[in-house]
Design a protein around this ligand. Structure first.
Ligand SMILES: *[C@@H]1O[C@H](CO)[C@@H](O)[C@H](O)[C@H]1NC(C)=O
Ligand SMILES: *[C@@H]1O[C@H](CO)[C@@H](O)[C@H](O)[C@H]1NC(C)=O
Ligand SMILES: *[C@@H]1O[C@H](CO)[C@@H](O)[C@H](O)[C@H]1NC(C)=O
Ligand SMILES: *[C@@H]1O[C@H](CO)[C@@H](O)[C@H](O)[C@H]1NC(C)=O
Ligand SMILES: *[C@@H]1O[C@H](CO)[C@@H](O)[C@H](O)[C@H]1NC(C)=O
Length: 503
C-alpha cells in the first residue's frame, strides 16, 4: 500500500518488458493469497467485538472515504467464511494470509483477566482448523491497522506505551492459537500507517502531526514487534515451534540518473521508508543516514533534542535479530531523485519529513497503472528483492503481498491486466531466485477478493474474486485471474504450455 509523500513531476523513460521465466517454482515454494480482518469481515460490533480505529474513523469522517464507505459489512466474511474457505480450497493455494481483529479478541484492546472474548477466539480457531484440514497453511497477522479505539485515545502509535499493549495482545494470541498457527506476522506495513496516519492524514486517525511523529511511530512499532518476538521465543517457541516476522513494504526506488546526487537520493529513499523499520530489526539501530540527517536538522532548527528518538544500546541489542524471515509487500516502482540538501527545506517555513529525506518522487506515465500506487514495472520488483537480499543478511524472503489494482470504472470479471501483472511479477521473483540467488520461498496475491481498500472504500478492486457489494449476501464470483492463478498453482510454472517448463 505504499503511497508517496511526494511532489510529482514527469519525465519519460522506456518501460521494460521482461521475458517470462519458465523455470518451475522451487520445491517448497508456497503460493497463496491474502486478506485482512478489517477489509473483509464486517460484523463490526457483533458478538462482543469492540470498536477499533477504522470503525471510528469511517463513522466519524465519512467524507474522507470514497463513496462514504465503511466496514460495517465489508465482504461479510465474519458470516461467510465458509464460502471464503471453499474459494481458497478450489483455488488450490498452499497458504492463506489473514489477520486477527484485535478487538474481536480483546474488545477494549487491553489484555487482562476479564476481557477475553471467547466468541472471537472461537471464530478464528474454527477457520484455522478448517484451513489446516484443507492443507492450507495459515500466515496470521496480529495487527493489520485495526487499533483498538481506547489505545488510539491513549495516543496511538506515537505513544511508546502502545508497544506494551501490543505485546500483551500478542501473548494472548500465541496462547489461544499457537497450537494451530506456526507462521506469525506481528505487524503489517508500518511505514504506511505511520506516514498516512500521522503525517498526511489520509488514513486513520487522519492526523497531520509535526515532523517528529513518523519517527515516534516507527520507534513504538519496532519496539512492539521486538517485544512480541521475544515473548514468542521465551514462552512459546519450545512448545509451539513456529516462526515470527514483520511485514515491511517498499516500492523499488530507481535513481533517474547516474549522478552521485541521484544515487544517494535513492539510497536515502530506502533509508527513510524501508530502513526506518528494517534496519533496527535486521541490522541494529536506525540507518546511519537517518540519524545523522535528522539529528543535524533538529539542531539547526533549534529543537530541544533530536526529532529522532534514540535507542539505548540495550534496546538496539534487544531489537536486532527479532526475525525468522523477511516478509515483503511491494506493488510498484518510483523514480527517486535528489531534491534538497540536508540544510535546505522544500518550504522554508515548514519542518517536514520530506525535507529530512531530501528526495523527490515520480512515476513514468508510460508505466501501465490504473491507480496511482500500483504500476507494472516487474524489473523494479526483481531489483527490490535483490536489494533486500543484499542489505538484510540474505534472509529467507516471503512475498506477503503483491497484486494489481483496478479502478472501479474498469472493473469486471475479465481482468487481463491483473493476469499480466501477476505473471510478470512472479517471473521477476523467479529471476531473483535463479539468477540473483535470492532465497524467496513464497508469494502472496493481494487479494483473494475485492474488499474495503481503506480510504478508497470499495472503489479500488484488487481481488481474484469479484464481490458484489450491492447484494445482501455479498455474492462472490471468480474472475479470469482466479482461474489463471489456479492453473499456475497446479502447474507450478508460468509457461503457457507445461512442456515448456524447465526444472
Ligand atoms: C521441502 O519440505 C519437505 C518437508 O518439510 C522437506 O523434507 C524437504 O527437504 C524440502 N525441500 C527443500 C528443497 O527444501
Ligand atoms: C489474573 O491472572 C493472573 C495471571 O494468570 C493471576 O495470577 C491472578 O490471580 C488473576 N487475578 C484474578 C483476580 O483472577
Ligand atoms: C509541509 O510541507 C509538506 C511537503 O511539501 C506539505 O505536504 C505540508 O502541507 C506542509 N505543511 C505545512 C503546515 O505547510
Ligand atoms: C479512477 O478513474 C477515474 C476516472 O478516470 C479517476 O477520476 C480516479 O481518480 C481514478 N481513481 C484512482 C484511485 O486512481
Ligand atoms: C532459504 O531459507 C530456508 C528457510 O530458512 C532455508 O531452509 C534454506 O536453506 C535457505 N536456502 C538458501 C539457498 O539459503
Amino acid at each position: 500500500m505504499f503511497r508517496l509523500l511526494a511532489i510529482c513531476c514527469c519525465i519519460l523513460s522506456a518501460s521494460s518488458d521482461d521475458a517470462i521465466n519458465n523455470h518451475n517454482f522451487p520445491e517448497n515454494f508456497s503460493l497463496g493469497v491474502a486478506t485482512a480482518a478489517f477489509q473483509i469481515e464486517g460484523a463490526w460490533n457483533a458478538d462482543g467485538k469492540g470498536e477499533n480505529l477504522w470503525d471510528w474513523f469511517m463513522h466519524k469522517y465519512p467524507e474522507k472515504i470514497e463513496g462514504q464507505a465503511n466496514g460495517d459489512v465489508a465482504c461479510d466474511s465474519y458470516y461467510q467464511w465458509q464460502e471464503d474457505v471453499k474459494l481458497l480450497r478450489d483455488l488450490g493455494v498452499n497458504h492463506y494470509r489473514l489477520s486477527i481483529s484485535w478487538t474481536r479478541i480483546l474488545p477494549d484492546g487491553l489484555a487482562n483477566n476479564f476481557t477475553l472474548n471467547q466468541k472471537g477466539v472461537n471464530y478464528y480457531r474454527t477457520i484455522f482448523k478448517i484451513l489446516l484440514d484443507a492443507g492450507i497453511t495459515p500466515y496470521v497477522t496480529l495487527y493489520h491497522w485495526d487499533l483498538p479505539l481506547p489505545l488510539h485515545q491513549l495516543g496511538g502509535w506515537v505513544n511508546p506505551i502502545i508497544a506494551d499493549h501490543f505485546a500483551a495482545y500478542a501473548r494472548v494470541c500465541f496462547q489461544q492459537f499457537g497450537d494451530l498457527v506456526k507462521n506469525w506476522i506481528t505487524i503489517n506495513e508500518p511505514q504506511t500507517y505511520c506516514s498516512l496516519g500521522y503525517l498526511t492524514g489520509e488514513h486513520a486517525p487522519g492526523y497531520i502531526l509535526p515532523a517528529e511523529a513518523i519517527y515516534k511511530c516507527a520507534y513504538t512499532t519496532v519496539m512492539a514487534h521486538a517485544k512480541a518476538y521475544h515473548i514468542y521465543q521465551d514462552e512459546f517457541k519450545r512448545t509451539q515451534n513456529g516462526r515470527v516476522s514483520i511485514v515491511l513494504d517498499s516500492p523499488w526506488f530507481q535513481p533517474p540518473s547516474d549522478s552521485d546526487e541521484d544515487q544517494l537520493a535513492s539510497q536515502r529513499a530506502f533509508d527513510f521508508t524501508l530502513g526506518l523499520y528494517a534496519n533496527p530489526i535486521y541490522v541494529g539501530n536506525w540507518p546511519e543516514q537517518v540519524i545523522s540527517i535528522v539529528d543535524y536538522r533538529s539542531e539547526m532548527e533549534g529543537y530541544p533534542s533530536s526529532r529522532l528518538p534514540k535507542f539505548t544500546d540495550e534496546e538496539i541489542a534487544y531489537i536486532k535479530g527479532t526475525y525468522d524471515f523477511f516478509c515483503l509487500n511491494s506493488y510498484s516502482t518510483n523514480f527517486a531523485y535528489h531534491q534538497n540538501n540536508k540544510d535546505e527545506r522544500i518550504d522554508p517555513d515548514n519542518v517536514s519529513f520530506l525535507s529530512d529525506q531530501g528526495v523527490g518522487f515520480y512515476v513514468d506515465p508510460k508505466w501501465p497503472s490504473e491507480v496511482d500506487w500500483v504500476n507494472l514495472v516487474p524489473s523494479g520488483f526483481r531489483k527490490l528483492i535483490k536489494y533486500v537480499h543484499d542489505t538484510y543478511n540474505q534472509p529467507e524472503i516471503f512475498i506477503t503481498e503483491n497484486g494489481w489494482a483496478q479502478n472501479s470504472t474498469t472493473s469486471g470479471t475479465e481482468d487481463p491486466a491483473r493476469i499480466t501483472y501477476i505473471k510478470q511479477y512472479l517471473s521477476a521473483a523467479l529471476d531473483a531466485i535463479y539468477i540473483d540467488g535470492a532465497n524467496v520461498t513464497g508469494y502472496t496475491v493481494w487479494s483473494l477478493m475485492d474488499n474495503l481498500e481503506w480510504d478508497h472504500g470499495y472503489q479500488i478492486k484488487m481481488g481474484l474474486v469479484q464481490v458484489d457489494f450491492e447484494s445482501v449476501d455479498r455474492t462472490r464470483t471468480p474472475k479470469a485471474s482466479y482461474t489463471w492463478y489456479q492453473n499456475i498453482i497446479k502447474n507450478r510454472c508460468l509457461a503457457d504450455n507445461v512442456n515448456d517448463c524447465t526444472s
